[in-house]
Design a protein around this ligand. Structure first.
Ligand code: 5AD
Ligand code: SF4
Length: 469
C-alpha cells in the first residue's frame, strides 16, 4: 500500500471516531458504466469504514455522494435535478454533499456546480477519488467547500477498501483510462491515459473475492485488450503477465471461479492470442462484447475507430471459426456527424450478419471538447431518432429469432437470487447473459444450475431446473 493510502486510512480512522455511536448514514447515486459502479463500490468501502452505514434514501443520509457520468448528455439534466432537490434536504439534515466522477473532470461542469449550487460541499474528480476521506474530514472540521479535481493522470492506487454492490458478480477493474480518442467520446479527456494495474494485485483481488464466495468476475477497463500495453512500451512492466491474453490464462487457473467475463475490448486490439485464450480457458465465457459503433467504413474512419466494416466482420468470422459456440453483444451509435442513409444501412447490414445477442444502442450526443462536437455536418435530431427506431426494430426481430434457437435447450444458469418481479421465483443468467426465471430453492443461489428454457418472454426466459440423477 502507498503512503497516500496510508494517509487516507488515518483520516478514515479519525472520522470513524467522530461518527462512533451516532448512527451516521451515507447514500450514493451512481450514473453511467460499470467502471463507475466499481468506483462507487470503493467509495462505499471508504464510507463504511468511516462509520457511515448505507441507506438508499437521500432523506436519511448524513453523507450524500453522487458519482457522475458524462458519456451522454441526459446525465447532466439528471444531475442538476438531483442536486437541486438536495438543497432543502441539506437545510434539514445538515448533510455533507459530495459530487464526483467523470462529469466533474469537465471544467465547465465543475465550475457550474461551484457557482450555481453552493450547498455542494465537495467536488472530486476521477483521479482524486481515493482522497475522499481527507476531503470529508476537512469539511467536517472546517465546513469549507472543497474542490479536489486534478487534470493529470491519477496513479493506480491499491489497498482501498471496497463494499461490493452485487452478491454474485464481482467487478474488478484491471486498467484505467483510454488512449484511443474515438472522436465522439469524452472518456479519454476525463479518465486520462491508459494505466494498468499490476497483475499480482488483480490476481490477489480475484483470490479475495473467491474467498468471499463470488463465482463470477467481470474484468473492467475502457479497453481491456490493451492491458499492460502502455507499460510494456515504456519498459515498465516487470511481470511475465504482460498482456490481456496472459492475464486471462492466469485468472482462469484460480480455483473457485466459475465464470470470467470482461468489458470492453476494442476490435482493433483483438489479437489472436486473446481469441486463443478465450478458446482455451474453460471459465472464460464464450460471449464477447465487441463494440461496433458503426457498420460503415466511412463513419468508422471519421470516428477514429481504426478498423473497417470488413475487418470487423472478418474478426467475428475468425472468432466463430476458432470458437464455434461464441456469441456477441455490441454497442452502436446512431447519427454521428456526417452519417448518411447509406452509412446507416451499412450498420444495419453488420447487425444482420453478426446476429448479436444484445445491442446497446445510443443516439449520438455531442460532447464539448471532442472532435465530433466541432464537426459541421451534424445530423438533425429527428433523423437520429428515426434511425434509432429502425435499428431497434431490427435488433428486436433478431433477438426474438435468436430466442427461438434457445427455447427448449438446457443452459447453465448462475443463480442470482429471488426474481424482482416475482419473489417466489429465482433469477439467473446464462453464459450468453440471457435472464432466466424459474422455480427453485434458496440453496441454489450463487450456484450454477442446469435449467431448461421453456418459455420465451423476449427479454427473459422462464425455465425449469433439470435435476441430475
Ligand atoms: N454519444 C452516444 N454514445 C456514446 N458512447 C460513447 N460516447 C458517446 C456519445 N458521445 C457510447 C459508445 C460506447 C458506449 C459506452 O457509449 O457506444 O461504446
Ligand atoms: Fe471512448 Fe473509444 Fe476509449 Fe471506448 S475506446 S472509451 S469509445 S475513446
Amino acid at each position: 500500500m502507498s503512503i497516500e493510502i496510508d494517509e487516507q486510512k488515518e483520516y478514515i480512522k479519525k472520522i470513524a471516531e467522530e461518527n462512533l455511536n451516532k448512527n451516521m448514514k451515507y447514500t450514493i447515486l451512481t450514473m453511467g458504466c460499470q467502471l463507475n459502479e466499481n468506483d462507487s463500490e470503493k467509495i462505499s468501502g471508504m464510507a463504511e469504514q468511516m462509520g457511515y452505514s448505507k441507506t438508499e434514501k437521500f432523506e436519511e443520509a448524513n453523507l450524500a455522494i453522487i458519482n457522475t457520468c458524462c458519456v451522454r448528455e441526459n446525465a447532466e439534466e439528471r444531475l442538476f435535478g438531483k442536486v437541486g432537490e438536495l438543497k432543502n434536504l441539506k437545510e434539514k439534515n445538515n448533510m455533507i454533499i459530495a459530487i464526483g466522477g467523470c462529469m466533474m473532470q469537465e471544467k465547465h461542469m465543475a465550475e457550474k456546480i461551484k457557482k450555481s449550487y453552493p450547498h455542494v460541499d465537495i467536488v472530486f474528480g476521477t483521479h482524486t477519488l481515493h482522497k475522499l476521506p481527507e476531503d470529508i474530514f476537512k469539511v467536517i472540521n472546517s465546513r469549507k467547500r472543497i474542490q479536489d479535481v486534478i487534470d493529470i493522470d491519477g496513479r493506480v492506487y491499491e489497498g482501498l477498501p471496497i463494499s461490493r454492490a452485487n452478491n454474485v458478480q464481482a467487478s474488478i477493474t484491471i486498467m484505467y483510462g483510454c488512449d484511443n480518442f474515438c472522436t465522439y467520446c469524452i472518456v479519454p479527456y476525463v479518465r486520462g491515459r491508459e494505466r494498468s494495474r499490476n497483475p499480482e494485485d488483480i490476481i490477489n483481488e480475484v483470490k479475495e473475492v473467491v474467498k468471499q464466495g463470488y463465482k463470477e468476475i467481470m474484468l473492467l477497463g475502457q479497453n481491456v485488450n490493451s492491458y499492460m500495453r502502455a507499460e510494456t512500451k515504456r519498459g515498465e512492466c516487470k511481470s511475465r503477465i504482460n498482456s490481456f491474453a496472459k492475464l486471462l490464462r492466469e485468472i482462469n487457473k484460480i480455483e473457485g471461479i466459475e465464470r470470467i467475463r470482461f468489458i470492453s475490448p476494442h476490435p482493433k486490439d483483438f489479437s489472436d492470442d486473446v481469441i486463443e485464450a478465450i478458446r482455451d480457458c474453460d471459465k472464460v465465457c464464450k460471449f464477447v462484447h465487441l463494440p461496433l459503433q458503426s457498420g460503415s467504413t466511412n463513419m468508422l474512419k471519421v470516428m477514429n475507430r481504426k478498423y473497417t466494416k470488413e475487418q470487423y466482420l472478418e474478426l467475428v468470422e475468425k472468432m466463430k471459426n476458432k470458437i464455434p459456440e461464441i456469441k456477441f453483444s455490441t454497442d452502436i451509435i446512431v447519427g454521428f456527424a456526417g452519417e448518411t442513409e447509406e452509412d446507416f444501412e451499412e450498420t444495419l447490414d453488420v447487425v444482420r450478419k453478426v446476429r448479436f445477442e444484445q445491442v446497446f444502442m445510443f443516439i449520438y450526443s455531442r460532447r464539448k471538447g471532442t472532435p465530433g462536437d466541432k464537426m459541421e455536418n451534424q445530423i438533425p435530431e429527428d433523423i437520429k431518432h428515426k434511425r434509432f427506431d429502425r435499428l431497434k426494430e431490427l435488433v428486436e426481430t433478431q433477438i426474438s429469432e435468436n430466442n427461438k434457437e434457445y427455447l427448449n435447450t438446457i443452459q447453465e444458469v448462475l443463480v442470482e437470487g429471488p426474481s424482482k418481479s416475482d419473489e417466489t421465483m429465482l433469477t439467473g443468467r446464462t453464459e450468453a447473459n440471457k435472464v432466466v426465471v424459474f422455480n427453485g430453492t434458496e440453496d441454489m443461489i450463487n450456484t450454477i444450475q442446469k435449467v431448461k428454457l421453456v418459455e420465451d418472454h423476449m427479454w427473459y426466459f422462464k425455465g425449469r431446473v433439470i435435476k441430475e440423477l
